[in-house]
Write a protein that binds this ligand. Structure first.
Ligand code: IMP
Length: 434
């Protein structure tokens, strides 16, 4: 029986909400930080001491001495990318090997998964998902097709043989798709070159603590240790509840924590829902409150809305309350965390979508992906705060108009704002004692 709980941090929009910063800020209050899904499609940015760090696979608790970090069974690992992260951490004096455990059941992204991702996107033409092309879809496909390779496999003598067999299947599939493997590049490298770096990465990973982390985590909970589960992407990109097929291939919602870490639902404690004061989306798919005007440009420029993983410009739009109500319901959010309100500091007024109309009727439920392409949002226009929120270090110091804006969100969602981020740095965070 657990003596303590797993608290969860999730993005409740389309990803890029700023989860990494919040995990880093809250990590000191926990013993263990664990990633449970996704892979290097994520880009979690953390700023402190005048430096910026971007993590893709490694949990955002890694910068805190004395904390353990777990890459859970639900996560996908690209040996090249994770080893780049490990090397970057080493440069700033953090030895990931001492602070991290990796599940033996986490699946591997092979170099040929990356090519498969590119080939499948190419084939989709104008219906492409806008994938980060990190091999996520093909690697999860192999996982559920029961032919993937897992971290535990790299410790077995049969690994080279299993690797070659899966690679041969991928190359055959690529030929069938008419994909030109010879001229393809993976992060600027030809397949053979990327593969060499990947194998070096596998060799390095063998020296890490690879174990059935479900035992480690459940034991820790039984001993009263606290765990913070770190989500990647966002609920609106969830493979079931997102705008399918324009989604990622994992369960980004609270339920994903149980299967992605091997912990029971009864162990879930608080669920923090992280959202930006406006919306962004990278890649294709419906975005009801999207702005195609100067205000959208202003949000992109002020918010530096360019992907941490791909550098792509993000689509921008107003805050969408029907979407938030939906993701609050699916996830059982207990506390809201609002990010990047400072981006709208100069705005005279701020709009918020409060409901959707479809074919002249108000929608009761959150729309399907097809309906979401056609809905017309109804907006409430609220006064802007017209002053910088960055200096505030307590809730009371925040401008009154901004607090009214937060009150409106709480009232409309039936939830409470626990954390307000007023800038990118660790220090620029207000945690309310509610
Ligand atoms: P994939 O997960 O790389 O296959 O991408 C599927 C969709 O999810 C695309 O629209 C991506 O832009 C989006 N996506 C994947 N990871 C992230 C993320 O960490 N932040 C924001 N969007 C993401």
């Amino acid at each position: 029986m657990q003596k303590s709980k797993v608290d969860v941090i999730l993005g409740i929009q389309w990803g890029d909400e700023g989860k990494g910063k919040i995990v880093d800020v809250l990590a000191p209050g926990y013993d263990i930080v664990a990633r449970f899904q996704g892979g290097p499609n994520a880009g979690h940015t953390i700023k402190f001491g005048g430096m910026t760090h971007v993590l893709h696979t490694i949990p955002s608790g890694i910068f805190h001495e004395g904390k353990m970090n777990v890459i859970g069974n639900g996560v996908l690992i690209d040996a090249c990318i994770v080893c780049d992260e490990i090397a970057n951490l080493r440069k700033v004096g953090v030895e990931a090997r001492d602070r991290m455990k990796i599940s033996d059941k986490a699946n591997l992204i092979l170099p040929t998964h990356r090519l498969m991702d590119a080939a499948l996107e190419q084939k989709k033409g104008s219906r492409k998902i806008g994938s980060t092309v990190k091999g996520i879809g093909p690697a999860y496909t192999d996982k559920v097709a029961r032919c993937g390779l897992r971290m535990g496999d790299i410790l077995e003598p049969s690994f080279p043989e299993k690797y070659e067999a899966l690679k041969a299947d991928h190359l055959q599939a690529l030929r069938n798709l008419g994909f030109d493997v010879e001229s393809a590049r993976i992060d600027g490298k030809a397949l053979a070159e990327y593969e060499r770096a990947w194998m070096d990465g596998i060799a390095e990973l063998r020296s890490f603590d690879i174990l059935p982390t479900e035992f480690y985590l459940n034991q820790a909970l039984a001993e009263g240790k606290t765990v913070l589960a770190e989500g990647a992407q966002g609920s609106l990109l969830d493979v079931d509840f997102g705008s399918y097929p324009f989604v990622t291939s994992s369960s980004t919602v609270t339920a994903g924590v149980c299967v992605g870490l091997g912990i029971p639902p009864s162990a879930i404690g608080k669920v923090y829902g992280v959202f930006k004061a406006y919306c962004t989306r990278v890649g294709s798919g419906p975005f009801p409150t999207e702005l195609h005007d100067a205000t959208g440009e202003e949000l992109r420029a002020n918010g530096h809305e360019f992907g941490a993983t791909t550098g792509r410009p993000r689509r921008t739009g107003w805050l969408d309350l029907p979407a938030l109500r939906y993701t609050l319901m699916i996830n059982g959010i207990t506390d809201l965390v609002v990010m990047k309100a400072d981006v709208m500091d100069g705005f005279d007024t701020v709009k918020v979508a409060v409901s959707y109309m479809l074919d002249g009727k108000k929608m009761e439920h959150y729309p399907s992906a097809e309906q979401a392409e056609r809905v017309v949002p109804e907006y409430r226009e609220l006064p802007g705060w017209k002053t910088s929120v960055c200096e505030a270090r307590s809730y009371e110091e925040l401008p009154a108009a901004f607090r009214s804006y937060l009150d409106f969100i709480c009232q409309e969602t039936g939830s409470q704002v626990k954390v307000v981020s007023v800038g990118p740095d660790r220090e620029e965070t207000i945690i309310r004692s509610l």
